[in-house]
Design a protein around this ligand. Structure first.
Ligand code: C2E
Ligand code: MG
Ligand code: MG
Length: 690
């Protein structure tokens, strides 16, 4: 254990005190010893002088008896061990010995020539009694110093004992006093230890004295104050850094709009889920969700509304899933979902259907009721693929298949989809060049009014003659063009071609003919669409009355608001609006009444079965009646047989488009068809009515 300052100080004090006492004692003892001996010697000399005086007459008269009697008086002085009156001849006139034993007299030999002497145990004096020089009679006295020495020893021992007692007392006193001095230091030390252990920089030392320790405590407190300030700012800086780091982490892994995990997080989790699925033998699935026609909403109502829509979609997807499932936003209108621990495939189907249902719920955005939908592709691990990248790619391909199958639905991946998705990529990359290279052509499918027996119009349908892939159906390339944004360019080109063509037919005398052009939702999304249409009409010198624009019912239903305003504007300019694929978009009668359309085109899917399916006939009849009641022109498309025409006429429909009358054909063949049809229409009508 480390020694305390108090104990160190006490030790120092003790050593100093011991040394001081020792030397002081030693000096005083030596002095006392020397002094006592000197006094004893002086007394002996005085005694010798007095005795010499008393012996003077005895010496004068050589009276040895008197001399002896005088010397014997020395027995009263126990220290005097020997005395003798020595004649000049060296003989003793008289002598005295305190102790007769030879041992007692051993040191009594005296050297007269030496005179007075001072030894350790004895001292002696030589005093002349009579005469001088060598003829002098002298008194010799030797006294013992033993008693004195003993006394001195006793005094030294007593002094030592007293010194020890003093030292002990001094030690106690020192240790008390040094405690008093070092207590502030101890307090300071304990504060320092507390601060060190707890990192508590709010702690302060007590300033109890105004000496150096007090100054030290004040300095220590000032240092703690500075540390506390530094520590507080350090902590807040660290907090701020931590917060920023968390924010950065969040930004790196979470999407700012929907607050859902982002693409990076998704890829990390997907790897883990696939590995876990493979390790445990559990099936897991990746769902690729893409919103249908999101771009239109984004462009029509602005990005703010688009963001709200994405947030709603994120919330709906999350709420429709199980606790452990993960929804991520990959970007744009694409979401991905990881479904783990699927017991069997039947568990997935209701889950996805619930997602589609949830997405299709109407929502109110910017004071408009909007219906959005989503297309979902699903790929399973390990059934479809056993690595994350392929799994996601397959789910993506399945999603495109769902889109191609009319959107607002889902598809599970199958191998054919790989070639389809490869084909999609090929088409996407070659479309622009294809249009520039003249690989696209517009075909026209005649539209017949059996009431007047006339070809009243044609529908312009794009065709792509690919140099290697051959004829590519618009069912394939239109969705691709819509996705990659090429549809605007293609749509404009078709519109321009159709307008030029109709002007030519009018010039050729077919003045009753109208041309219907399909408009994609992506085209409607552009605020300047109406202006572009008007520009093309002006550029081609085509009257607005000859033009009809076909918009599919589902698009109109889902993207009301601005799209409708746009169509209203176009209709007011004289362009007719036609609702394409009617029956597939579930518009209500109330909505239909307010739509800026003057024509309904009943979808082929209803017409297909009317000869065999009574409910399809009933539905088609109801739709025709509805159109007639609302004073809209009703046309059925996809009519392929005489039976269908007969039933549709009975249901009240007079206008037809379908292979039964004509397939879409190049522009050059249209005039011939019209001519032949007008010549034969009476017979055709007769065949139908009979
Ligand atoms: P749609 O607008 O409903 O066009 C009618 C489709 O039905 C055309 O297919 C037409 O050839 C086909 N059709 C007509 N009568 C019959 C029939 O009796 N039987 C059968 N089986 N089919 C018949 P097509 O030309 O393949 O076009 C498919 C779709 O592609 C069109 O459906 C339209 O939505 C879209 N489309 C075609 N060209 C364009 C275009 O220039 N722009 C846009 N936005 N879409 C286009
Ligand atoms: Mg159409
Ligand atoms: Mg159609």
């Amino acid at each position: 254990m480390a020694r305390t300052i108090a104990s160190k100080l006490t030790r120092i004090y003790l050593i100093v005190a011991v040394l001081v006492l020792f030397f002081a004692g030693l000096v005083s003892q030596l002095y006392a010893y020397h002094h006592s001996r000197t006094v004893a010697h002086e007394n002996l000399s005085t005694q010798a002088v007095a005795l010499a005086g008393n012996l003077e007459s005895a010496v004068t008269f050589s009276d040895s008896a008197f001399a002896q009697q005088t010397l014997n008086a020395l027995q009263h002085y126990p220290d005097v061990r020997m005395a003798a009156v020595v004649l000049p001849s060296g003989k003793y006139l008289a002598s005295y010995l305190a102790d007769d034993s030879p041992a007692g007299n051993a040191h009594l030999e005296i050297n007269l020539a030496q005179g007075n002497f001072m030894a350790t145990q004895s001292h002696g004096v030589v005093q002349a009694i009579a005469g001088s020089g060598v003829a002098a009679t002298r008194l010799v006295m030797v006294a013992s110093l033993e008693k004195l020495n003993r006394e001195m020893e006793l005094t030294a021992l007593a002094g030592l004992a007293i010194a020890c007692v003093i030292l002990l007392g001094a030690y106690k006193l020192f240790s008390r006093m040094s405690r008093h001095v070092t207590r502030p230091l101890e307090q300071l030390t304990s504060v320092m230890r507390h601060v060190e252990r707890r990192r508590d920089y709010q702690q302060r030392a007590q300033v109890v004295s105004n000496d150096e320790i007090g100054e030290l405590a004040e300095g220590f407190n000032a240092m703690l104050g500075a540390l506390e300030t530094q520590n507080t700012s350090l902590i807040s800086e660290l907090d701020e850094r931590k917060r920023m780091q968390e924010q950065l982490d969040h930004l790196a892994h979470f999407d700012a709009v929907t607050r859902l995990p982002n693409r990076y997080y998704f890829h990390d989790r997907l790897k883990i889920s696939v590995a876990h699925g493979l390790a445990t033998g559990q099936t897991m699935a990746v769902l690729f969700v893409d919103l249908d026609n999101f771009k239109l909403i984004n462009d029509s109502y602005g990005h703010h509304v688009g963001d709200v829509l994405l947030q709603t979609v994120g919330a709906r997807l999350t709420s429709a899933l199980r606790a452990g499932d993960l929804v991520c936003r990959l970007g744009g209108d694409e979401f991905a979902i990881i479904l783990e621990n699927l017991v069997d495939l039947t568990q997935m189907q209701p889950l996805i259907e619930k997602l589609i249902q949830q997405l299709a719920q109407p929502l109110r955005l910017d004071n408009h009721d909007v219906v959005i939908s989503g297309s979902i592709g699903a790929a399973l691990c390990p059934e479809d693929a056993d690595n994350p990248e392929t799994l996601l790619r397959y789910a993506d391909a399945a999603m495109y298949a769902a889109k191609a199958d009319g959107k607002n639905t889902w598809r599970r991946f199958n191998v054919d989809m790989v070639s389809q998705s490869t084909l999609r990529l090929t088409l996407e990359s070659q479309m622009r060049l294809g249009l520039a290279a003249g690989q696209f052509e517009v075909h026209y499918q005649p539209q017949i009014d059996l009431a007047s027996g006339q070809v009243i119009g044609v529908e312009a349908l794009a065709r792509w003659h690919h140099p290697e892939l051959g004829e590519i159906s618009p069912v394939q390339f239109i969705p691709v063009a819509e996705d990659c944004g090429f549809i605007r360019q293609l749509g404009e080109w078709v519109l321009r071609s159709a307008c030029q063509q109709i002007v030519q037919w009018h010039l050729a005398g077919y003045t009753q003919l109208k041309v219907a052009v399909n408009v994609s939702v992506r085209q409607l999304a552009h605020a300047d669409f109406a202006a572009h249409v008007m520009e093309i009409l002006a550029e081609t010198a085509c009257s607005a009355n000859f033009l009809e624009l076909e918009i599919t019912e589902s698009v109109l239903m889902r993207n009301g608001g601005r799209a409708l305003e746009l169509l209203d504007v176009l209709q007011q300019c004289g362009i007719r609006m036609s609702m394409d694929d009617f029956g597939t978009g579930y518009s209500s009668m109330a909505q239909l009444k307010n739509m800026p359309v003057s024509k309904l085109k009943i979808d082929k899917s209803f017409v297909d079965e009317i000869t065999s399916n009574r409910s399809d006939l009933a539905i088609t009849t109801a739709m025709i009646s509805l159109g007639n009641i609302l004073d809209l022109q009703v046309m059925t498309e996809g009519v392929e047989s005489l039976e269908q025409v007969v039933l549709l006429r009975q249901a009240g429909c007079h206008c037809f488009q379908g292979y039964y009358f004509a397939k879409p054909m190049p522009a050059q063949q249209v005039a011939d068809f019209i001519d032949i049809f007008s010549k034969n229409h009476t017979e055709i009508s007769k065949g139908i009515t009979t």
